[in-house]
Write a protein that binds this ligand. Structure first.
Ligand code: ADP
Length: 291
């Protein structure tokens, strides 16, 4: 009687164990496939500029007695070299955000400093396209509207709990994209405010552009590594397809999130929600959500 009771109890446990093992294997296979895709993608992305550089250097040698042609080819070599540098830098950034625990050296990071740094990073690009960059940092009260804020003050009063370098990379990528995927003479807006949330206050930073927008189908995929809606356009602006993957990792590992609203042909808004410095400390360390 006892033996029967035991085996009856063990049997469902056993099948659950098998199920767990199968799930584990499927997950392991999925991770392996993602890794293989990633290596294939990186190889392809590296090959493109390297191949172009090799062809261009041949062209320079053939055109040795034509200074104008040499200058033209050299200019294109410079563009390809920059692309290569960008890609390598972004790969380093990506591996850093994937491997490091960003909260290990977390500190209160001033939002206004992050915003200024992000704008500085693409000031040149915005200037050549005559894109206006607008922030709400100059309007102390406006920041608190609708945000459920309890303290007065401007963006200088807002702090995120996190890794300064990673947060700067995340916001920088969003602002850079806003400029890159917008036509000339449009406006890029950056708005920051404090919002109440059940687990503690959050800092919300929204980057809004009047650019080409993103279709509903593409919205689901743009945060994947190397996914681009229009690879040619992305490359033309020095894009690597890694920017939003980095943003997503930074947001998740800080216990926050990044979301997108977009209307094709009208523009996009990317919103980062991250734990406020005070709130995060009250809560203790937030769980990392890296996938
Ligand atoms: P990239 O280096 O190509 O910009 P990202 O990972 O930053 O890579 O973005 C992935 C893709 O998402 C881009 O290639 C582009 O198609 C689309 N995208 C990103 N930001 C915007 C935006 N603000 N407006 C329209 N499309 C965007």
């Amino acid at each position: 009687g006892d033996a029967l009771a035991v085996s009856a109890r063990v049997a469902p446990l056993g099948s659950r164990l098998v199920l767990l093992l199968v799930e584990d294997l499927t997950e392991a296979r999925r991770i392996e496939a993602v890794r293989r895709d990633f290596v294939a993608n990186v190889s392809h992305e590296l090959k493109t500029p390297v191949g172009a550089l090799s062809l261009l250097s041949e062209a320079v040698m053939d055109a040795a007695d034509d200074p104008e042609a040499v200058e033209r080819f050299a200019g294109r070599m410079q563009i390809e070299a920059t692309r290569l540098t960008n890609l390598v830098q972004e790969l380093i950034d990506l591996s850093r955000v994937q491997n490091d625990d960003p909260l290990e050296d977390a500190e209160p990071v001033r939002v206004d400093e992050l915003v200024t740094e992000a704008i500085d990073r693409c000031r040149h690009q915005a200037g050549t396209k005559q894109i206006t960059m607008a922030t709400n940092m100059a309007a102390p009260e406006g920041l608190e509207q609708g945000g459920g804020g309890r303290r007065a003050g401007g963006t200088a009063d807002l702090h995120i709990w996190g890794n300064r370098g990673q947060l700067a990379a995340a916001l920088g990528n969003l602002v850079e994209n806003a400029v890159n995927y917008s036509p000339a003479r449009t406006r890029v807006g950056i708005a920051a405010r404090r919002v109440s949330a059940p687990g503690g206050d959050l800092i919300e930073i929204a980057v809004t552009d009047q650019g080409i927008g993103i279709s509903d189908r593409d919205k689901e995929r743009i945060f994947e590594r190397f996914y681009r809606v229009d690879p040619a356009r992305s490359r033309a602006t020095g894009g690597t397809g890694l920017g939003l993957a980095i943003v997503k990792h930074v947001a998740a590992s800080h216990g926050g999130e990044v979301t997108v609203w977009s209307s094709e042909g009208q523009g996009s808004t990317f919103t980062l929600r991250l734990p406020e410095a005070g709130a995060a400390r009250d809560r203790g360390p937030s769980p990392t959500g890296i996938t």
